[in-house]
Design a binder for this molecule. Structure first.
Ligand code: DCS
Length: 482
């Protein structure tokens, strides 16, 4: 019998080759266990509301009114909604052509893009042009749109991606038939980035006939949690200029900073600070989202990207391709508008907004500390402090006996460890191999998102599991060291 187009055997090979570990084997096993009635702590995905984070009140009030505009005609509306939320809902509705049920421009509502540009200008101290900002369904869609423009073929469309990295990049590059050129972050240097490694990676790729076209940075890092310093960002921009690479600056965690030494600084600001000729030459696309920060509105699917030094004809082409999907979610665009222009001092909702957002950020900061300390209290685990983002990425030093047992079970050693952890404790993590790691070292990634009051118990249960694992597989000297 001849095969049909959607039979597995004939599927696009790029689809079959693409891997996305955040929802991979561990996640599937966790879902099965959950169906069997086991309590699972889903720390595999940075999905704050799924772990109990409450939505911020003000944005939900505004979007509720936009979704149900007839409430605005109800004489009692002022008894349920504060006046600033009512005013804001009317403002956003006036920016649409027919409310939330109508498609918007494929780049997003012009009024919201203007608010995003004003936010960037306030943040960086440099002008930002709404015409160079596109709103997207989450940052993911924006990243995919841009990679699609860059990757032309396997030899040619090639991206320097940090390893460990968030698998959106590796998965999309394989889906589009490009080649990933990795550069390694230095774990012992707090996941820092050494420009000499970058040069080596480019030279090696070139020697294989590959044209390197773009570089990705994730700042703050996922899964590694580091915040890039200004000096590091300058080196990277200089490198991109020398090598004629477009820089994709994934800055979705810019609100998630848990230390004071290295505040977030955007790639755009550093580029502009460097002045001409760089500031006029380096091509940069920066991404942001409503899914992270203290918003955590992952399910709303709102994001944007800003283009710097991209020629108008390219912007036109990106617009044309975006228009195939007609329009990003309109309610998500309003969330984005609200995120970039939250209540101001003096507004009725200001105090409550600040109380809620500060509460979330301060708790995340404490949780980052509890997790790192918990991991580091195990002899065979080392973990850099989560400076930013939402993850802990401890290195687990696995003894030879465990590696052997994993081989026998047909599993990668860190997958083996994470599966055992899941079965024993219900903690669902992602093995380090899903993000890439150096040969012979093993990690896992967990989010720092479980409720603060549950955190000590979770770390206890991790420690107990790890001790038992090590007494089963460790050598006679206790813990093995690699
Ligand atoms: N970029 C990075 C670095 C991310 O971590 C994520 C999501 C995204 C982009 C895309 O987010 P949105 O499409 O929702 O805007 N992080 C995933 C993760 O590692 N866990 O949860 C989701």
């Amino acid at each position: 019998m001849s095969l049909k187009a959607l039979d597995y055997e004939t599927l696009n090979e790029n689809v079959k080759n693409c891997q996305y570990a955040v929802r991979g084997e561990l996640y599937l096993r966790a879902s099965e266990l959950q169906k069997e009635g086991k309590k699972i702590i889903f720390t595999n995905v940075g999905n704050p509301h799924a772990l109990g984070q409450k939505p911020l009140t003000f944005p939900r009030q505004v979007v509720a009114l936009c979704q149900a505009p007839f409430l605005l005609d109800n004489p009692n509306v002022g008894m349920i909604f504060p006046a600033d939320a009512i005013a804001r809902a009317k403002h956003y509705l006036s920016l649409t052509s027919g409310g939330l049920g109508a498609y918007s421009d494929s780049r997003g509502l012009p009024g919201v893009r203007k608010e995003v540009a004003e936010f960037i200008q306030r943040r960086d101290g440099y002008p930002s042009d709404p015409e160079l900002i596109f709103l997207t369904d989450g940052a993911s869609k924006g990243v995919m749109q841009i990679l699609n423009c860059i990757i032309r073929n396997q030899k040619d469309g090639v991206i320097l991606v940090p390893v460990p990295q968030y698998p959106l990049y590796s998965a999309t590059i394989s889906l589009l038939g490009g080649t990933l050129v990795p550069y390694y972050l230095e774990e012992t240097d707090n996941w820092g980035l050494d420009v000499n490694n970058l040069r080596q990676s480019v030279a090696q790729a070139r020697s294989q006939g590959i044209t390197v076209r773009a570089m990705v940075i994730i700042n703050p890092g996922n899964p590694t949690g580091q915040c890039l310093s200004e000096a590091n960002l300058r080196e990277i921009l200089k490198f991109c200029c020398d090598e004629r690479l477009v820089l994709l600056g994934d800055e979705v965690y810019q609100q998630n900073i848990y230390q004071d030494e290295r505040p977030f600084i955007s790639s755009k600001k550093v580029l502009m600070d460097m002045g001409a000729p760089l500031s006029k030459e380096v091509q940069l696309i920066s991404f942001h989202t409503v899914s992270k920060g203290y918003w955590g509105e992952c399910g709303q699917r709102g994001g944007y990207f800003e283009m710097t030094n991209i020629p108008p004809r390219t912007v036109e082409e990106i617009y044309k391709v975006a228009s195939i999907a007609l329009s990003p979610n309109v309610s998500a665009q309003i969330f984005m508008g609200l995120m970039v222009s939250p209540p101001k001092p003096g507004d009725i909702s200001y105090d409550q907004f600040v109380r809620e957002s500060k509460g979330i950020l301060e708790s995340l900061r404490r949780r980052a500390r509890i997790m790192t300390d918990g991991f580091n209290s195990c002899k065979n685990v080392v973990c850099n402090f989560t400076e930013g983002a939402m993850y802990s990425f401890p290195q687990i030093k696995l003894p030879p006996k465990a590696i052997q047992a994993a081989k026998q079970a047909g599993k990668v050693p860190d997958v083996f460890y994470c599966l055992k952890l899941l079965e024993a404790t219900g903690i669902s993590t992602v093995p380090g191999s899903g993000f890439g790691q150096k040969e012979g070292v093993f990690h896992l990634r967990t989010t720092i998102l479980p409720a603060e009051e549950e955190m000590p118990e979770i770390m206890e249960s991790f420690k107990k599991f790890n001790d038992e694992f090590m007494s089963q597989y460790g050598d006679n000297f206790g813990y093995s060291r690699m």
